[in-house]
Design a protein around this ligand. Structure first.
Ligand code: ADP
Length: 316
């Protein structure tokens, strides 16, 4: 009888434990749902806010451009300089907003990949050309080395360009002496783009976190180098979307090596003619310039902008 009482007590205890576990499970499930919904809300919020910010910012940019084009002779050099500053800062802000929008799109899984055959070398050459202006000012050089037989790769050109410009831009930004070297190699499956710099390097304890959003080795407000801490987060996500990966090695005060491995083939069907031909293809026809155009547009800034472009093309 005493054994059966003991067993009974144990059974009751087990029952109680089971109930407790079930309760904990429910609680965990509720917490998981809450985390998921906050993450979704965050992405939606970022995406909506970015959109709301971009529209007025585009107006500011468009109108400052209109003014810059119209004022020669009317404003003095200092005033034109102020307009230039408005435009430059506006562009920086727009780039930041676009970055945030990109991140929230990737997080929400809304990033489409439009694959087509592209030349890695021409993508890199365009980036290097742009970065050379900055490198020249700093007194550093950019060298590029690639095999002659590099095959075209199937990938999303815009995303690859975006990721590589972030990494190469960092190499130039964080290097004050020496050079930035870009070398490309490939095997039957992948292309490997190595970006080596002789810059400030990254401390070992920060290597894992630099790919996190808003993470910078020097996050203080007095830091020397400009930036938002989004560049590498975007680069890593974009390269991942393209089926590749980024590897980094670095030594403080010696330099860093970022290696991007990128599949030569997309893994998805080659894009249709739509993504081969940008939808905004502009055809210029001089035969219609003496015609009157009726344009229906409810955005005041767009009206000013389009009117100016059309007038400069000789329309009435
Ligand atoms: P940021 O806008 O600050 O450049 P990123 O996400 O592109 O943001 O990079 C995050 C941080 O990683 C940088 O702030 C910097 O501390 C470090 N970093 C990235 N690339 C390099 C590099 N080539 N050399 C040294 N530090 C780097």
């Amino acid at each position: 009888e005493s054994q059966s009482e003991e067993l009974q007590a144990q059974a009751e205890e087990l029952q109680q434990q089971t109930e407790e576990l079930q309760e904990q499970n429910l609680e965990l499930e509720a917490q998981r749902e809450q985390v998921e919904s906050s993450s979704r809300l965050k992405s939606e919020f970022l995406s909506n806010m970015s959109h709301e910010l971009r529209t007025p910012l585009n107006s500011i940019l468009a109108l400052s451009r209109v003014l810059i084009m119209r004022v020669p002779g009317k404003l003095d050099a200092e005033e034109i300089n102020y307009l230039g500053i408005v435009e430059r800062n506006g562009k920086q802000l727009l780039a930041l907003i676009n970055d945030i929008l990109d991140l929230s799109k990737i997080e929400a899984g809304k990033m489409d990949v439009a694959c087509r055959e592209v030349s890695l070398l021409s993508i890199l050459s365009v980036i290097v050309e742009g970065q050379e202006i900055i490198a020249d000012k700093k007194g550093i050089s950019i060298e590029m080395e690639a095999p002659d037989d590099l095959p075209p790769i199937e990938t999303d050109e815009i995303k690859l360009h975006h990721a590589l410009i972030n990494i190469i831009g960092n190499a130039v930004k964080f290097t004050d002496k020496g050079k930035v070297e870009i070398s490309v190699t490939h095997d039957s499956q992948n292309a490997y783009i190595r970006i080596t710099d002789s810059g400030i390097g990254i401390p070992e304890e920060s290597i894992d976190s630099i790919f996190d959003e808003f993470r910078q080795v020097d996050g203080s407000s007095s830091r020397e180098y400009e930036g938002t801490g989004l560049g590498l987060a975007i680069a890593r996500k974009m390269i991942k979307v393209l089926g590749g990966s980024i590897h980094v090695e670095s030594e403080l005060d010696v330099g860093s090596v970022f290696t991007v491995s990128l599949p030569l083939f997309c893994g998805k069907e080659l894009s249709t003619s739509e993504s081969r031909n940008p939808h905004y293809s502009e055809s210029k026809s001089s035969a219609i310039t003496d015609q009157r155009i009726l344009l229906v547009e409810d955005n005041e800034v767009s009206i000013i902008q389009v009117k100016m472009v059309l007038e400069s093309e000789g329309f009435l």
